[in-house]
Design a protein around this ligand. Structure first.
Ligand SMILES: [Cu+2]
Length: 271
């Protein structure tokens, strides 16, 4: 679940895991919404099955306490047809929404607002923006304790330990963003739970995905393929901001990244 926090003047959504959380993080993209719906639907079918199996086991156990006369039934047409067709019907019910969600996830969006290339390295991410006249890239490393003051990220709710980065991936909210993912060394995984996004970063191969962040805020993820010593220390932070703030960030970012991030960090706008 996301939580909103008042960080200075900004009211901001933070997509991060909570202590002792067992469920999914709140969805922030249409893809994740579909995944959550699919899970709820599957659970509706799964719980009755679980219940039926447990009840059947209990009944069989109770009926056979002290019974030395084991049943010798070799065939039962009705029973066999039942346990053949009931699973087929159940699987068909799951199959349709499952393929629908998968197709939606894999669909190519013809006119993404922006394409961002994400390159994984041991153990940080590089984000490359390529808009007409705006081509630049920067690295995103995990924020270390001693950098909190320098980067003005002392609010632990907004910038949690092990998840916050020095520079986030910045995207405009409400727009379709195409993401190309690759790696420079070993296989990494680009995963952001609240986006329903998990895609392998493979050397020599470009994988592609799309996101559309509904609510502005900061969303956190982590590398999800074991990639060596500092695998646990290459978090992903994505900052979704309004279109107009994104435009001003973009203008500044290609010349001076620090100024660009300072501008959105100290914004008077409510996100
Ligand atoms: Cu990695």
């Amino acid at each position: 679940m996301n939580t909103s926090f008042k960080g200075g003047k900004d009211l901001m959504f933070v997509g991060k895991p909570l202590d002792w959380q067992t469920g999914l993080q709140r969805s922030a993209t249409p893809i994740m919404k579909q995944i959550v719906q699919l899970m709820s639907f599957t659970n509706v079918l799964l719980f009755p099955i679980l219940l039926a199996v447990v009840i059947a086991i209990i009944i069989l156990c109770l009926n056979n306490v002290g019974n030395t006369n084991i049943s010798q039934t070799n065939e039962n047409l009705v029973l066999e047809l039942t346990w053949m067709f009931v699973p087929i019907i159940i699987l068909s019910c799951i199959c349709s929404p499952s393929f629908k969600a998968l197709k939606y996830q894999m669909s190519q969006k013809k006119l993404p607002y922006i394409t961002i290339k994400v390159t994984a390295h041991q153990w940080y991410w590089n984000y490359e923006y390529n808009l007409i006249g705006n081509k630049f890239n920067y690295n995103s490393n995990m924020l270390k304790q001693h950098q909190r003051i320098e980067y003005k990220k002392t609010n632990l709710n907004l910038y949690p330990d092990l998840l916050a980065t020095d520079y986030e991936l910045v995207v405009p909210a409400g727009r379709v963003i195409r993401i190309l993912v690759t790696s420079d060394d070993v296989i990494h995984g680009f995963a952001v739970p609240s986006f329903g996004l998990k895609i392998d970063a493979i050397p020599g191969k470009l994988n592609d995905a799309w996101i559309k962040v509904i609510t502005p805020g900061i969303y956190y993820g982590q590398c999800s393929e074991f990639c060596g010593r500092d695998h646990a220390f290459m978090p992903i932070a994505i900052r979704a901001i309004s279109q107009e703030r994104f435009n001003s960030w973009l203008k500044l970012a290609k010349n001076n990244l620090n100024n660009a991030f300072n501008a959105i960090r100290h914004s008077k706008y409510v996100q």
